[in-house]
Design a protein around this ligand. Structure first.
Ligand SMILES: *[C@@H]1O[C@H](CO)[C@@H](O)[C@H](O)[C@H]1NC(C)=O
Ligand SMILES: *[C@@H]1O[C@H](CO)[C@@H](O)[C@H](O)[C@H]1NC(C)=O
Ligand SMILES: *[C@@H]1O[C@H](CO)[C@@H](O)[C@H](O)[C@H]1NC(C)=O
Ligand SMILES: *[C@@H]1O[C@H](CO)[C@@H](O)[C@H](O)[C@H]1NC(C)=O
Ligand SMILES: *[C@@H]1O[C@H](CO)[C@@H](O)[C@H](O)[C@H]1NC(C)=O
Length: 944
């Protein structure tokens, strides 16, 4: 190199590189009319016409356009290793294109308007400098073998490509995904090929300015919906005409504010043209003709606007449709434009030929559309069909709510919505209306999560308690929404792809301490999904363990600082809209005296819990996530937690009342439990100058916890696993009745699938051995923890205490193995703070046996929570005089009253920023009527 440089300096101008010279000679020879090049026979090719060279005598540009050249490119052509510009367009070149593989210096390449007849598959490989490329009008390219497909190479190897013109060159197949990801690409032309399939979703957010996909040839053309184009906000030219695109123009098309020319004619597009189209400022050309557009012709100012051959209700732009047509087309939009109706629901007279529409005196009276497979929701707009007397929509797949606008229809007599998938509650109809909502299976349930999979729990020899059994508690409807709601709201969609690879060596030794009967652990077999950020507010949180497993990396951290490792395991947590229990941050600031130190109830890895007081004196607990841990993942988890927890309502579970997000603030609001954690009363009562808990209270607490856990384990269609049940997470109310906090951590996923992330979390001393050793988790791991809590209730000793003098007592679970059925040993272990009568001892023996049963080595040998409840109920009964506080304890409905309270308080505060208002109904601030089926869900939850 240096030598060459020196040489060229000495010589002034370098001689043509001999290799390049040879290629040019080959080229001249392989053309049938090479003479037109005017290249002399000398060696100084750099001085030839149409050729230019760099300082080193390498050919860097060949400008051979429009010379009427015929013949082929020689196979040696790619040896032009310094070529940057190549203009071969507008000739008659034919034969195979040699591979340009590896010609990394190429920047501008024009091969268009020739007659090349084949292109090798690796043609684009390694063209790393490419900026502009055109191959347009080479219609014979591989045509004899049915065309060619563009490989994904081009995107990977030419990251700077700005301009790609591949129209009319016999491309077949789908548009490659990779084209959508080319961030430099501005102009993409693929017209007049035989491409099929959709615009790939990879084009979402693409910065393309000009996209021309029009006029694909052949029977099948480009197709699918246009939704993705509304995300391509730099578009100036969008030409899609002459294809088979379907569905409506996306509602948010106005996001493409730079759009100047839009050609959509000759497709299968349907429906109302969104008003946003007319709002795009610089539209100079719009072609809409020959589709199935309906409703008013948009009011566009440009003269270059064509719209014939559609079902518009007027023939002039900007003219409104009749009110009934407007209402019916709105309905049609929400049932997603079924093909059966599209062909007849055109024009401005619904009384003419519209399928399923019957009129009387020129007004729509009957809408008769049964069994048509209609999807979507029922539009509020039907309320504008004032003469409607009869609506028959039975036997479709309609979802969402029954629009309340229908209740205002004075002539309505019959509303048959049976056999759909609608949700309640039913708005209040006058008694003269015959309403049929039979056969809407989820009418009294919240909209089901679309991802709900059959719960299973192979740790248990008994089949999991069947969800959805009659009388089973159902959670309250998620978001009471109008008929316009999309199907996905309130769905929690979780998917993880990180393979589980547990290597919990550190835990095995500890876990083994618990084992009464040593057996080889079963192989890991875990498939669960973590949904919850680690709490906790509890002060006894010193021995917390989190093992993050992420591929082959697994980390163990001990102590309080688990937050660092806990995000990052979520491969893919998608969201899910939570039902709206949003509360303004200001309100919570006020309630907690701006998160005053004096209001701190506790601290944990994820944040601080504050006591708060609402304006009417109601106490709340506010968990404030520490901003340091507010990573995106943590936010996702926060959202997931809300989505889950707002559905979980039980008198023995601490309720979430609401949440706040503003900026980096993430706050969760829980009901306040005045007497704090059970652990405080069991282990630290002297320090806090409290009365020790009586055995009667302890029994009640045990039953409360068992009921709460039973509910969690059998919640709706899912089984939730607490994962961290312990006395510090059991909170006591005024009356010393207990509620389990910090639940909803994890829900069962179908077993047998190892490719999910799992995270081991929990507290030493409470961890079930199989969970500690293999990470395998099930409801039976909670049962184990429950057993340990029972032991604590009996002994008044913490689950684990390395400082205890007698070694065998350090781990309660293993100590109880030693105690076994030895009554004397048990008697010695009982909490000295308990008054020990014969009757008490008898009762304690039963609980001790239950505790042992719950902590059995094999998960399958542990009982279900239901068993514990059944055992505890008569014992508590026996210990509770009839006059006791039992009755006013039933049927607490925390849900609406508290929310209403918070709402009224906010109203009193007034002047809250929009969107920060507590609302149950999609941030519109109104409290809906109490949903049907709501009360029942509480009674059945409580009735157990
Ligand atoms: C084009 O055809 C040639 C010869 O028939 C074949 O070798 C080549 O693989 C084809 N190119 C593509 C991109 O399919
Ligand atoms: C893309 O096309 C537009 C006109 O259609 C042109 O003005 C612009 O320069 C082109 N961009 C590139 C990178 O070629
Ligand atoms: C119609 O479109 C052409 C280009 O397609 C443009 O030059 C002209 O300005 C447009 N006319 C109007 C009135 O927008
Ligand atoms: C409803 O949706 C299903 C599934 O997407 C589809 O197969 C069916 O054609 C739709 N029904 C109508 C009437 O379009
Ligand atoms: C009913 O018609 C009125 C007046 O045309 C309109 O403002 C309103 O938006 C319509 N309601 C619905 C739900 O379409």
């Amino acid at each position: 190199m240096r030598l060459l440089l020196l040489f060229s300096l000495l010589a002034g101008a370098a001689a043509t590189n001999p290799g390049d010279l040879a290629v040019l000679r080959d080229l001249r020879k392989s053309l049938t009319n090479g003479d037109v090049l005017g290249w002399p026979d000398d060696d100084d090719a750099c001085a030839w016409p149409h050729v230019s060279c760099d300082q080193l005598g390498r050919v860097d540009n060949l400008d051979l356009k429009g010379l009427d050249l015929a013949g082929k490119l020689p196979p040696s052509f790619p040896n032009l290793g310094a070529l940057k510009g190549l203009s071969l367009q507008n000739n008659r070149l034919s034969g195979p294109l040699p591979s340009f593989r590896g010609m990394a210096t190429l920047e501008h390449v024009y091969l268009n308007d020739n007659a090349f007849d084949s292109i090798p598959p690796d043609f684009f490989h390694g063209l790393s400098g490419l900026l502009f490329f055109s191959l347009r009008n080479n219609k014979f390219l591989n045509a004899s073998s049915g065309g060619w497909t563009l490989s994904d190479d081009i995107a990977a190897s030419s990251p700077q490509l700005q301009f790609l013109q591949l129209d009319n060159c016999s491309l077949v197949g789908a548009i490659p995904d990779s084209l959508g990801k080319m961030s430099s690409l501005q102009n993409l032309t693929l017209t007049y090929n035989s491409l099929v399939g959709p615009i790939p979703s990879s084009f979402n957010g693409s910065a393309l300015q000009n996209l021309e996909l029009n006029n694909q040839q052949g029977e099948t053309k480009l197709s699918g919906p246009l939704d993705v184009v509304a995300t391509m906000t730099s578009l100036q030219t969008l030409w899609l005409h002459g294809n088979q695109f379907s569905g409506p123009i996306p509602d948010d098309i106005a996001a493409c504010a730079a759009l100047a020319t839009l050609r959509l004619s000759n497709n299968m597009l349907v429906g109302l043209v969104p008003p946003g189209l007319a709002a795009i400022p610089h539209l100079t050309e719009v072609w809409l003709d020959n589709n199935k557009f309906l409703g008013p012709v948009p009011a566009l100012k440009t003269a270059n606007f064509t719209f014939s051959g559609n079902g518009f209700c007027a023939d002039k732009s900007g003219v409104a449709c009749s009110p009934e047509v407007t209402a019916l087309l709105q309905f049609l939009a929400q049932v997603e434009y079924p093909a059966t109706l599209l062909s007849t629901w055109t024009g401005n007279n619904p009384c003419s030929t519209w399928l399923g529409v019957t009129c009387n005196d020129g007004h729509v009276t009957l809408l008769n559309l049964p069994d048509l497979g209609l999807n979507g929701t029922i539009s509020q707009s039907l309320g504008n069909l004032t003469n409607l007397s009869n609506v028959k929509l039975k036997g479709n797949h309609l979802t969402g709510r029954v629009p309340d606008s229908l209740t205002k229809l004075a002539s309505l007599k019959e509303l048959d919505l049976s056999m759909n998938d609608l949700s309640g509650p039913l708005p209040h109809f006058s008694r003269t209306v015959k309403v049929n909502v039979a056969g809407n299976l989820n009418f009294n349930n919240p909209a089901p999560d679309p991802d709900t999979t059959t719960p299973s729990n192979d740790a248990s020899p008994h089949p999991a308690t069947t969800p959805n059994t009659p009388g089973h508690p159902v959670s309250p409807p998620a978001t009471p929404e109008t008929g316009t709601e999309k199907k996905h709201s309130s769905a929690v969609v979780l998917a993880t792809t990180i393979p589980v690879a547990l290597s919990v060596v550190a835990l095995i030794s500890v876990g083994a301490v618990f084992l009464c009967r040593e057996r080889a652990p079963k192989p890991p077999h875990t498939a669960s999904v973590v949904v919850h950020p680690r709490d906790s507010s509890d002060p006894d949180n010193l021995a917390k363990i989190v093992v993050v497993t992420n591929g082959s990396n697994s980390g163990t951290s001990q102590g309080n600082t688990n937050s660092g490792g806990s995000s990052g395991v979520f491969a893919d947590v998608q969201m899910y809209e939570a039902p709206n229990f949003r509360i303004a941050v200001q309100v919570l600031r006020g309630a907690t005296k701006n998160f005053a130190q004096e209001n701190v109830l506790g601290r944990g890895g994820f944040g601080v819990v504050y006591k708060g007081e609402l304006h009417d004196g109601t106490m709340i607990a506010v968990k404030r996530m520490e901003s340091a841990v507010v990573s995106n993942k943590a936010l996702d988890e926060f959202q997931a937690e809300i989505a889950v927890l707002t559905k979980v309502r039980h008198r023995n579970l601490v309720s979430i009342l609401g949440y706040s997000t503003e900026g980096i603030e993430r706050l969760l609001v829980y009901e306040y439990m005045p007497n704090g954690a059970l652990s405080k009363h069991l282990f630290h009562w002297k320090q806090y100058e409290l009365e020790p808990l009586s055995w009667k209270k302890r029994l009640n607490i045990a039953l409360d916890v068992a009921r709460g856990m039973e509910y969690l384990h059998n919640l709706g269609h899912q089984r939730f696993i607490h994962r961290d049940l312990k006395s510090a997470n059991i909170l006591l109310g005024d009356d010393f009745r207990a509620k389990v906090a910090d639940f909803g951590l994890m829900r069962d996923a179908p077993d047998g699938n190892l490719s999910v992330a799992t995270r081991l979390a929990g507290t030493f001393g409470y961890l079930a051995p199989e969970y500690a050793v293999t990470g395998k988790i099930s409801t039976k791991s909670d049962v184990f923890s429950f057993g340990v809590v029972l032991m604590e209730l009996i002994t008044g000793m913490t689950a684990i205490d390395e400082n205890r003098v007698e070694e065998e007592t350090r781990y309660l679970a293993s100590w109880f193995c030693v105690i076994g059925k030895d009554q004397d040993k048990l008697r010695a272990a009982i909490d000295p703070a308990l008054e020990l009568t014969d009757e008490t001892f008898e009762s304690i023996c039963v609980i001790a046996e239950l505790a042992g049963h719950c902590t059995a080595r094999e998960p399958s040998q542990r009982p279900e929570m239901e068993h514990a409840v059944n055992l505890l109920v008569p014992m508590v009964e026996k210990w509770r005089p009839l006059s006791d506080d039992a009755e006013d304890y039933l049927g607490i409905d925390l849900h609406l009253p508290l929310l209403q309270m918070v709402k009224s308080w906010q109203d009193a505060e007034g002047s809250l920023a929009d969107g920060s208002i507590l609302s149950l109904e999609d941030s519109k601030g109104s409290i809906p009527a109490r949903p049907a089926g709501f009360a029942e869900s509480f009674t059945s939850a409580d009735g157990r």
